[in-house]
Design a protein around this ligand. Structure first.
Ligand code: IMP
Ligand code: MG
Length: 175
């Protein structure tokens, strides 16, 4: 399968994804029984995962899509990232961040800290995919779909240069 200049091979098929997403939804149903969590899917990559995951949840819940904006910091260290698009009040809310993939986890770590400082009751993360690096860094992710290699992947919301998000399966870069 080709996207622009790169060739990809099938990595995680449709039924494996669906099975895993069902398991995650069921676990969230159990863990958040008697609660009404606020899902915060991080755009763009998590849109497809979020839709399937939330459809499988039977709890009363809210959903608010957010984006991570990068802007130049004054420090020479480069870029600071922050959440934009938040319209719900987060006070006393049980937040579940939905991510497509966690690679270094640096952005995620910052976002979790930011959300925790806003009077939330709890902040947890659901990630469909987690790369090796994030495991090594010990980024706290409560729910992980698949632990994967460090190879680049596309499909099911994830893109290569903007393309490939519509693919129903997850593909891995072929070396
Ligand atoms: P991190 O801050 O290094 O964890 O980067 C996470 C973000 O980078 C994800 O939310 C994706 O948008 C993007 N990303 C990381 N790895 C991949 C990949 O293999 N394919 C597509 N996007 C990726
Ligand atoms: Mg992302």
């Amino acid at each position: 399968m080709k996207i622009k200049d790169l060739t990809f091979k099938q990595y995680i098929n449709k039924s494996q994804i669906q099975q895993k997403v069902r398991e995650l939804s069921a676990q969230i149903d159990l863990d958040y029984k008697d609660k009404a969590p606020l899902f915060l899917p991080i755009l763009n990559g998590s849109f497809m995962f979020a839709a399937d995951l939330i459809k499988g949840v039977n709890l009363p819940c809210k959903v608010s899509f957010v984006k991570v904006s990068s802007y130049s910091g004054t420090a020479s260290s480069g870029q600071l990232k922050s959440l934009i698009g938040l319209e719900e009040s987060l006070f006393n809310q049980d937040i579940l961040i939905i991510e497509d993939i966690v690679d270094t986890g640096l952005t995620l770590q910052r976002i979790v800290e930011e959300l925790k400082s806003l009077g939330t009751r709890s902040v947890e993360v659901v990630a469909l995919l987690r790369k090796q690096q994030a495991r090594e860094k010990g980024v706290a992710i409560k729910y992980t779909g698949f632990e994967i290699d460090n190879e680049f992947v596309v499909g099911y919301g994830l893109d290569y240069d903007g393309f490939g998000r519509n693919l129903k399966e997850i593909y891995q870069l072929k070396n």
